[in-house]
Design a protein around this ligand. Structure first.
Ligand code: ADP
Length: 229
């Protein structure tokens, strides 16, 4: 199985890129969706977060007020790290389960869309790693437009993350999304060719088909040994 890592910074264009993958039939595991699920009322993650940050972060219906929690953690690095630490185990388990479901379906190439791929050290499970890069002014402008945030809020959010230039140095493939959507699309088409090339044998061995073949070979080997001996 080939697990392609997709990452970048806030508003760099990860979701736009991942929707291209989905529209071309490549399954995407979205860490933001998993992170939302691990905060659902009554789950282990929800209990930890409420115990740590108090009931003030809850809405009237008991669900976590994500905007409120976001405001708390994005202006305070220590609280942000604490939240990441509290949820890391639940998020990685959630991601693992999603990958397992796709593995059981027999998918050979999947994309793992994880904003904190490097920070959570999940990059070691993905190859190749695609970083969606954008220049700082464009990033700020797109973030403010998308979220309706002030310049100060947007700058806080951007500076709370690992710099996009550092992420770029860790990438196998860089998408420069400073240009138009057409320019993004052109880069995407090239990348699609690259990531859909035939699996290496190590990737094949990790696919469901490879595992079945492996088990079959072991089984056949045992039978053969018993017959010969
Ligand atoms: P991320 O998922 O990395 O936070 P998004 O994919 O949501 O970023 O992109 C941020 C915003 O920028 C969205 O409103 C999106 O529609 C817009 N956007 C993304 N790429 C481009 C582009 N090449 N040109 C213009 N707008 C873009």
């Amino acid at each position: 199985m080939r697990i392609v890592g997709l990452t970048g910074g806030i508003a760099s264009g990860k979701s736009t890129t991942s929707s291209h993958f989905k529209s071309r039939g490549i399954p995407v595991v979205d860490a933001d969706i998993v992170a939302r699920n691990v905060l659902k009322k009554g789950t282990g993650g929800w209990k930890k977060v409420v115990a740590t940050f108090g009931e003030d972060i809850l809405q009237a219906n008991g669900q976590v007020d994500r905007a409120k929690l976001g405001q708390i953690v994005f202006s305070d690095p220590a609280k942000r790290q604490l939240l990441n630490r509290l949820l890391a185990r639940y998020i990685s388990t959630g991601l693992f389960m999603e990958v397992l479901k796709l593995w059981m379906k027999g998918c050979k190439i999947i994309v793992l869309d994880v904003p904190l791929l490097f920070e959570s050290k999940m990059d070691k499970w993905t190859k190749p790693i695609i970083v969606v890069w954008v220049d700082p002014e464009t990033q700020l402008h797109r973030l403010m437009t998308r979220d309706g945030s002030t310049e100060e809020e947007a700058k806080n959010r951007i500076s709370s993350q690992m710099s996009l230039d550092i992420k770029k140095t860790k990438a196998d493939i860089v998408i420069d999304n400073t240009g138009t959507l057409e320019a993004l699309n052109e880069q995407f088409e090239m990348i699609l060719i690259q990531i859909t090339k035939p699996l290496a044998w190590t990737e094949y061995a990790l696919s469901r088909q490879g595992a079945i073949l492996g088990l079959f070979s072991i089984f056949a080997g045992v039978i053969l040994c018993k017959t010969v001996l």
